[in-house]
Design a protein around this ligand. Sequence first.
Ligand code: AMP
Ligand code: GLY
Length: 418
Amino acid sequence: MAWRINQSPNLTKLWVAGGNAGTAAISENFDIRSNDVDGLVGKAKELKADLVVVGPEAPLAMGLADRLGRLGIPVFGPSQAAAQIEASKGFALELMQKAGVPCPDFASVRDEAGAQAYIKSHPGPLVVKADGLAAGKGVLLCNDSEQAQAAVKLCMSDHAFGEAGDTVILEEYLSGPEVSVFAFCDGENLSPLVAACDYKRLGDGNVGPNTGGMGSFSSPDFWTPKLAVQVEQTIMRPVLQAMAEQGAPYKGVLYAGLMLTDAGPKVLEFNCRLGDPETQVVMPLLASDPLELMLACAEGTLNKVQVKWDERNYVGVVMVSGGYPEEYQTGFEIDGLDADDPEDTMVFHAGTKLGNDGVAGHPLTAGGRVLTVVGGGDNMDQARERAYARLERISFEGAAWRRDIGSSANQGAARSTG
Ligand code: AMP
Ligand code: GLY
């Protein structure tokens, strides 16, 4: 997001809270954690910020946008009430039910007896979810009733997801290709939609443990204008309207995780932010001024702004530390970042930092997810070739990545559970 904002003709100065070696090259980093709402509000006030763009969900669920709003500081990101669409799965499902938005059959339960009753009346595969924010964990895919019972116990008696699992959602197990769909919203209006797919599993061919995302591509070939209209009319607009009607108008980017089932697209989850690693392949598609767009979302004037998405393909490959998503070491030098760029490639940083010798220091690994290397092209093959050509020039000790991101064998089935 910082990379794209930095290209805006309307930008005077960019600061990044937290940040890494990548944002240090284009902005001024300051060391305030994303869940330190007091610290962030204080800093925005001190800097007299014209706009605050919130990346992650936690500070939104803690009310950062509300606090900034009360100070008259425009903010891109939903209020605490509207962020419930991600922070509480039960909230999202009940909203969809009320608005007639297609979603799996479900029950929201607060005790094991309630869970048992649903499991008994729904034999076969089920999905068990902790209701609250569980940092991308807390979703348990169960092939039968026995697994579902064990999953409920894990949430409710073992408290494996803390308070997030005090309320448990039981859901119909859907199958089909998955797609992440994004709309920029101002409470009432929404932008044209844009779509991407991400890869959750660690290994080539979708095997191994789940991760925070090993790669992504935009825009999927199956994402047709017809499908976009269907998703806008049956999902995005009704949700936006329902949120406004219940006094929590949605401002910011609305992310719908969809399963394209035989009975049409159904919603698996909403997020109140852009996704990782989808952002890395969606921001390059944005052909409009990012600051004008985000400010219009904040101020409710999106109907006055033209939002355009390029018709290109991008492929993003995530380079991770050896051992991720389990234990890994950090502090290794990253080489090859300055290599001559193959055409239309970008390297986005995640867990990186500058070495001790300051701004001129060498970038070091500082997390499990280190870089996303992105290539663009007129088709997916070209985009993929460029991404991997750029990636081959980068190295750090223990670096690991998938070799099959955006390859034709798994396009459209990046995360298919079918
Ligand atoms: P969520 O955080 O709710 O998106 O769940 C994480 C992942 O679990 C999704 O990306 C799907 O792959 C899978 N999943 C979630 N809900 C369901 C469902 N009802 N049926 C099948 N798979 C699901
Ligand atoms: N890529 C999935 C997420 O950001 O939640």
